[in-house]
Design a binder for this molecule. Structure first.
Ligand SMILES: NC(=O)c1ccc[n+]([C@@H]2O[C@H](COP(=O)([O-])OP(=O)(O)OC[C@H]3O[C@@H](n4cnc5c(N)ncnc54)[C@H](OP(=O)(O)O)[C@@H]3O)[C@@H](O)[C@H]2O)c1
Length: 254
């Protein structure tokens, strides 16, 4: 809750009210981030989209429509780029960084560089995004980190990727302690039928979805919007911090 003082005296603003809030979505040009953008714009927030490709961001902003949406290119692998990105933003009420690009596979098949890529991009990318956003974060705002349910139940041999997601969940707890009263939470999706998998080879996608239909309690992959709904919940629940929300259809229970 935040206190604001108007002519009628102090009023209390609920965390769930996104009207006029600035929500920064790095990776918001596609996939889950873009679905979050739709939800928060509908709730009255201003959105700043970030990503590496101007054309993708421009198209996403056009899809969202209206003056509440702006975009800037940024690469989470480059701290100077992140500093310039946040330097242009006056205030950050909520931050979600679904931006990442990495390779996944068995220890015995990946080069060390490939194995490090989830940490380099997904872990350190989010760490640096939060560090550079921190001076702009509203005291009653929040950060949602992106991990993945592989942290708790690996779908196949990909130990560095599994460890990276577990590390991000630990990072969320650590940042919740350091940044309080800013809330910091983590969303851990299972397999999502969306943009990321649509850009992977069809055979791999079909195998992953079939595995999920067999193994998840809810017998299907998620939609991007189901994950976006969880992210918005974490933005707007004023008493949740340091938590990891497994939006995985019960995959980790079997
Ligand atoms: N989809 C799933 O099944 C699933 C499941 C669990 C976890 N996740 C996690 O969700 C995240 C991916 O989100 P998504 O599913 O919505 O996929 P997506 O549509 O591929 O979104 C990723 C977005 O991030 C941007 N991006 C990538 N690298 C970037 C960088 N270095 N700097 C700035 N922007 C960057 C991409 O745009 P540009 O390429 O134009 O920069 C893209 O718009 C990953 O962290 C992934 O591990 C996904």
């Amino acid at each position: 809750m935040s206190q604001t003082t108007g002519a009628a005296g102090p009023t209390v603003r609920a965390a769930e009210d996104l009207r006029g809030r600035t929500v920064v979505l790095i990776g918001g040009g596609s996939g889950i981030g873009l679905r979050v953008a739709h939800r928060v714009v509908e709730a009255g927030a201003r959105v700043v989209l970030g990503g590496r490709t101007a054309a993708r961001l421009e198209a996403a902003a056009a899809e969202l429509g209206g003056a509440a949406v702006t975009w800037r290119t940024v690469d989470t692998g480059d701290t100077a780029s992140l500093a310039a990105f946040f330097g242009d933003i006056e205030r950050v009420d909520h931050l979600f960084t679904s931006a990442a690009s990495y390779q996944v596979g068995p220890m015995r098949e990946l080069s060390d560089e490939e194995a490090a890529s989830p940490f380099d991009s997904k872990f350190w990318g989010q760490y640096h995004a939060v560090r550079l956003a921190a001076p702009k974060l509203a005291r009653d705002g929040s950060v949602v980190l992106m991990s993945g349910a592989a942290s708790a139940r690996p779908a196949g041999p990909a130990p560095a990727y599994v460890a990276c997601n577990a590390a991000i969940e630990g990072l969320g707890r650590g940042l919740a302690v350091e940044l309080a009263p800013v809330r910091v939470n983590t969303v851990a999706p299972g397999t999502v039928d969306g943009n990321l998998w649509s850009n992977r080879p069809a055979a791999a996608r079909e195998a992953a979805f079939a595995h999920y239909r067999r193994e998840a309690l809810l017998a299907r992959p998620a939609t991007e919007d189901e994950i976006a709904q969880a992210v918005v919940f974490l933005f707007t629940n004023g008493f949740t911090t340091g938590s990891t929300l497994y939006t995985d259809g019960g995959y980790t229970l079997r």
